[in-house]
Each structure stands twice: as C-alpha cells, then as structure tokens.
Design a protein around this ligand. Structure first.
Ligand SMILES: Cc1ncc(COP(=O)(O)O)c(C=O)c1O
Length: 374
C-alpha cells in the first residue's frame, strides 16, 4: 500500500520537540505517572509488580468494561482497545473501504480520516466543507444529503473538530444518525476531544446515538495522557469490530500492559481529569481572547464550542504559511497553517490545553512587536 505523507505529523516532526513555545498543540496538559498513581492509593505497588507479558488483542477485559461505562448503552463486548486513536482510524478505513466505494468526510479534518481512501483504487471521497461565517465555523446538512451517492459507505466526522473546534450539538448528532440509518451508511466518528464541552451541553457518543455509529476515543487529548497510546473503538456493530481486530493483528497485535493499567486508573477518575483540563483551556481562552482583541487588524478569532483547539484567521496581507514559518524560526512559537490541512484561506490553528500557553502567548506577542507587525 502506498500512502501520501501525513502533512501535520511531518510538520510536527520538524518542530514539536525543538520549538520551545508550542501554541498549537491539540493535547491537554500531561502529568507524571506518580501523580496518576496517587489517585488510587496502593496502585503503585500493584503497578510495579505487573508482569510484562502480551495482553489481549481486544484489550484488558476490565478496561473494556470501564470504557463501556463512559457510554450510555455499551457493554465490554462493544469495545475494542486500540493503540491510540490513529490505529483505530487507519485500521477502520483500511478494512471498510473497497474499490469503487465512496465516502464523505467533514472537512478540514485530521488527514488519516480520508487519506486511506486516496490509496484504495477507484475509491472516492467528497468533502463536506465547514464554512466560516466571520465569527464561527458552520456546516450545512442539506449539503451533506446532496453529497450522498448510491455507493457512499462512510460518513467520517470528527467532533469536536480538528482544527476548527466545531462541535455537533446532540440534535445534530441525532440528525446524522437518522441520515446514516436512512441511507444505510456507517458514521465513523472521531471523538478524541469529547468531554471538553464549554457550552454546557454534554455531547453523546455517536455509537450511542445510532447503531450505524462507530465511536473512536482516546486518552491522548481530552485526558492529556498521549504517552499511554491507548484509544478505543466502540460500536454495536460487531462485524465491524471483528474486521478491525483482524487488522490489528497486523499492526500493534495488542496494547501495552502498563498503559492499560494506568488508563484504568485515569478513566476511573475521568470526570476529575476532564474538569482539570477544561479549567486550563478556559483560562487560556480568556487570555487568548484578550490578546486577539488587542490586535483586531491582525487577527479575526473564531470560537470553538468544545475542545482545546480553534482555527483563527490572519488578516495581514501575507500568506499564513510565511507568518507561521517566521513565528517558529524567529521566536520558537509553533502555530499550524491551514495548508497543512490542504485548506484554503489564511487560517491557523491554536491550542489551549497546555499549562504554558500564557508564556507562549507572551512570546507570540513579542514576535509581533519585534517584527513590526504591531
Ligand atoms: C482528530 C484526531 N484524531 C486522531 C488523532 C490521533 O490521536 P492519537 O495520537 O491518540 O493516536 C489526532 C491527533 O492529533 C487528532 O487530532
């Protein structure tokens, strides 16, 4: 199989571990292993006594049950543990897309959602575009219906969306489920930022909304525990899960036992972790909004309803690529330009989940001043 470069990961490969001021990260602030273990007294000893053997391909049964408990209608058998969300997306698209299939992808999106379609012969995808109304991002459901073809197999959504932060309401999720059921199409829903709602409406998981829904979740983003590399795929459709488990045999085979152990602790304290990260995000957004409001001739901000990222507009008469390139090379401030998503327009992604956002924002302002932008 030949697959195009993953532009975002290539870009991050260049800067993520060298640029000191990461102002575009999509994961929340992480923590030390001992901090996590301290959430359950006695767990440290148990952790150190673990044996490092293989684990079950479907995932630790206890962990599967805990993940099922995050949902409304799921049991352990509806859950497959994956090596990060990435393995879930890549695996699902590989096993589901065949020659001659068509899929629809909410766009812009994380590249793995649609890139596999490009590598399957005679497989096409249509972009369901998010539109900028000058204040926020929007989607039109009539456009979605118009994109459906007789051979449409999958609608791929990502909610809250990377990079815009657009988040379907529960009403919209219901409509998506109805559309999927009416046309017998799978809804593949990447929900890695779920749990960080800022508008007071807790979102349902797509797999709970419809039996055509496949939900992907992960520890990396909303929980801030990317190093665990634990994600999951949840669905009432066990044929889909079976196909995926057979593909996993060719990928990670199984997940890391120590990571599964730590994930169980984290998810038993799910609300606490999400609350901690939401507080960081909300504080950072307040600061960032003040920053943007100071420079209305340079930026036009777009607010997100949930999640740690947003996609703002650069108003300067220069390509956003050049602006982002200068910010990272001259000042070590990392932003992500729209071209990484093959998306037109002078947009860039900002991330609010890290504790050092105030410091990075200050460096960003210094960059603007030192380079004569303000
Ligand atoms: C929308 C989305 N899905 C999936 C992933 C991959 O997540 P993970 O690193 O946990 O595999 C990312 C990472 O940035 C993402 O933004």
């Amino acid at each position: 199989m030949k697959i195009n470069d993953f532009k975002l990961e290539v870009y991050f490969g260049q800067y993520e571990f060298t640029a000191p001021y990461l102002l575009t990260q999509s994961d929340c602030e992480s923590m030390e292993i001992k901090e996590l273990l301290a959430m359950e007294p006695g767990s440290e000893k148990e952790f150190l006594n673990m044996r490092l053997g293989y684990t079950e391909t479907w995932g630790d049964p206890e962990l599967r049950a805990i993940i099922a408990g995050l949902y409304e209608n799921m049991v352990a058998e509806d859950v497959m543990v994956m090596h990060g969300a990435q393995e879930g997306i890549f695996g699902f698209m590989n096993v589901m897309l065949d020659e001659g299939d068509h899929m629809i992808v909410m766009y812009p999106n994380y590249q793995s959602a649609y890139e596999v379609a490009n590598s399957v012969p005679n497989c096409e995808f249509s972009k369901w575009y998010l539109k900028d109304d000058g204040e926020k991002w929007n989607l039109d459901f009539d456009e979605l219906e118009a994109l459906i073809r007789p051979n449409t197999k999958i609608i791929a959504i990502n909610t809250p969306n990377n990079p815009t932060g657009y988040t379907f309401t529960n009403e919209e999720l219901k409509s998506l489920g109805e559309i999927a059921e009416k046309h017998d199409i799978y809804i593949f829903s990447d929900e890695v930022y779920k749990g960080l709602e800022m508008d007071g409406e807790n979102r349902r998981w797509m797999a709970d909304v419809s039996d055509k829904g496949i939900s992907v979740g992960v520890m990396s983003k909303a929980y801030g525990l990317a190093g665990l590399r634990v994600g999951w795929m949840v669905s009432k459709d066990h044929d889909v899960l079976q196909k995926n488990v057979r593909f996993k045999h060719y990928m990670s085979i199984c997940d890391a036992g120590p990571s599964e152990f730590l994930t169980k602790i984290a998810l038993r304290h799910s609300d606490e972790l999400l609350k901690r990260n939401l507080e960081i995000i909300e504080k950072n957004i307040t600061l960032a909004n003040e920053f943007f409001d100071k420079y209305p001739k340079i930026f036009s901000r777009r607010s997100a309803l949930a999640g740690p990222i947003a996609f703002h507009k650069l108003l300067l008469d220069m390509p956003v690529d050049k602006f982002c390139d200068e910010a990272v090379t001259k000042k070590g401030v990392l932003l992500l330009p729209a071209s990484i998503y093959d998306f037109e327009g002078n947009y860039f992604r900002m991330g609010y989940g890290r504790a050092n956002v105030p410091e990075s924002l200050a460096k960003f302002e210094e960059f603007l001043i030192e380079n004569g932008y303000v």
